[in-house]
Design a protein around this ligand. Structure first.
Ligand code: NAD
Length: 415
């Protein structure tokens, strides 16, 4: 995110954000998934802003060629499939995509398409930067102290989709197996879910988080887990995290207990690796947010924590995200499809716009990315906001989603 560039100068004197991606052509082809619910509204707003920013930053030299990839309700309407093979192929072919939110029914119907996409494309790191935008109302006194990037493991944990309904033949077989072979008793009418957490998936996620902290010259990485209770899954995540730090970043990291302490703060010229138990971490991010910089955590903890952090800086409508693997990256808003607001042109498009900024940075198009961030900040700090923020502000001017996009485009041209 933009302001880190000013705040964190890399150790070699350059900034990590100025490293352009040399493989990106002047006109990259990028698939987009419009999404369900508020998706079409926020995507239209986002696309206008991204196109305008690229034009302002590079003139005719660079432009994005968008191609639509179908998924969700629109895909089902048009093809009878929720996630057509062509969509996966398009993302694999082009390596980068952006998507609006997709609806998942609760407790019935299709599995989450979001989770399916992440698993099939092996987008193992869900990266969610959270920082406060000037002018945004917040429920806490010092939202500006929140400046963290959450790295959430994206392919395992209870999200892996290995579960069986109560009293199903599968659940009954597993319950019988547990009783007969493992000496474990489970109520006969239980639903069951399995929480796999592997060494390789945990290690690659933590490796990515530590590398990010080093690239961005950030002081710490915190492993957030519930290892006091789930010792063999969450506890192992912590153990494997420390293992990666020691084995692969030994000279560049230090564990918290070995770092110097001054006035209750750890001080080191190396990246400090610490760990916190998940429930305690929710307290820490409220009481001492400035002590945390990069967070590496399993799937479910990361889901809860990133939403809670988003609320601290003003709400889900503002928090961007990216799902990144070794070969593909899919950028998406943190929030869902908010069906109640579908088609009303009222939703806040900032989350998707900032996910677009992450995408521009991923392409190495830093100038376009920071132009968008600046224009969004200017718009919000002038009090021009969508309903979700307007209702928390005494003087805000409430605008529609499309009007907000126009206001951002106007400021892009003015900047
Ligand atoms: P949600 O994020 O869609 O909405 C919750 C509430 O947050 C909304 O009612 C609205 O008040 C507010 N909100 C969310 N986004 C907003 C925005 N851009 N502007 C203004 N207000 C906004 O969460 P939900 O209601 O739990 O989920 C709805 C659907 O979205 C479900 O089907 C869920 O599975 C899906 N979902 C998808 C994704 C994804 O695509 N990555 C993520 C989360 C939820």
């Amino acid at each position: 995110m933009g302001t880190k560039e000013e705040r964190h100068t890399a150790k070699d004197g350059t900034t990590a954000r100025t490293k352009a991606n040399p493989g990106v052509p002047g006109t990259p082809v990028i698939p987009f998934i419009e999404g369900d619910g508020i998706g079409p509204d926020i995507w239209a707003a986002c696309r206008r802003v991204l196109d305008a920013a690229v034009h302002v930053a590079y003139g005719e030299k660079r432009t994005i060629r968008w191609i639509e990839a179908l998924a969700g309700e629109k895909a089902f309407r048009e093809t009878g499939q929720w996630l057509p093979e062509g969509t996966l192929q398009a993302i694999m072919d082009h390596g980068v995509a952006i998507k609006g939110p997709l609806t998942t029914p609760v407790g019935k119907g299709i599995r989450s398409l979001n989770v399916t996409l992440r698993q099939i494309l092996d987008l193992y790191a869900c990266i969610r930067p959270i920082r406060h935008i000037r002018g945004v109302p917040s429920p806490v006194k010092h939202p500006e102290r929140v400046n963290m990037v959450v790295f959430r493991e994206n392919t395992e944990d209870v999200y892996a989709g290995i579960e069986w309904g109560a009293e199903s033949p599968e659940a009954q077989r597993v319950i019988a197996f547990l009783e007969d072979h493992m000496g474990v008793r489970v109520h006969k009418d239980s639903a069951l879910g399995i929480k796999p957490m592997s060494r390789q998936a945990s290690r690659r996620l933590v490796r990515r988080a530590i590398q990010y902290a080093l690239d961005q010259n950030l002081p710490s990485v915190t492993l957030v887990h519930k290892g006091n209770i789930m010792k063999h899954t969450e506890g192992a995540f912590m153990k494997w995290g420390y293992e990666v730090a020691r084995e692969q970043f030994g000279g560049q990291t230090v564990v918290e207990s070995e770092a110097q302490e001054q006035r209750g703060e750890t001080v080191s010229d190396k990246v400090v690796i610490k760990d916190r138990i998940a429930d305690m971490m929710f307290q820490q991010v409220l009481l001492r947010p400035d002590a945390y910089h990069v967070i590496a955590t399993p799937n479910l903890n990361g889901d809860y924590l990133s939403d809670a952090l988003a609320a601290q800086v003003g709400g889900l409508g503002l928090a961007p995200g990216a799902n990144i693997g070794d070969t593909c990256a899919v950028f998406e808003a943190t929030h869902g499809s908010a069906p109640k607001y579908a088609g009303k042109d009222t939703a806040n498009p900032v989350s998707l716009m900032l996910s677009g900024v992450m995408m521009l940075e991923h392409l190495g198009w830093m100038e376009a990315g920071s132009t968008v961030e600046r224009a969004i900040e200017e718009t919000i700090s002038e009090g021009i906001v969508t309903y979700d923020l307007a209702r928390q502000m005494s003087k805000g001017q409430e605008v529609r989603c499309s009007e907000f996009a126009q206001a951002v485009v106007d400021r892009l041209h003015g900047s």
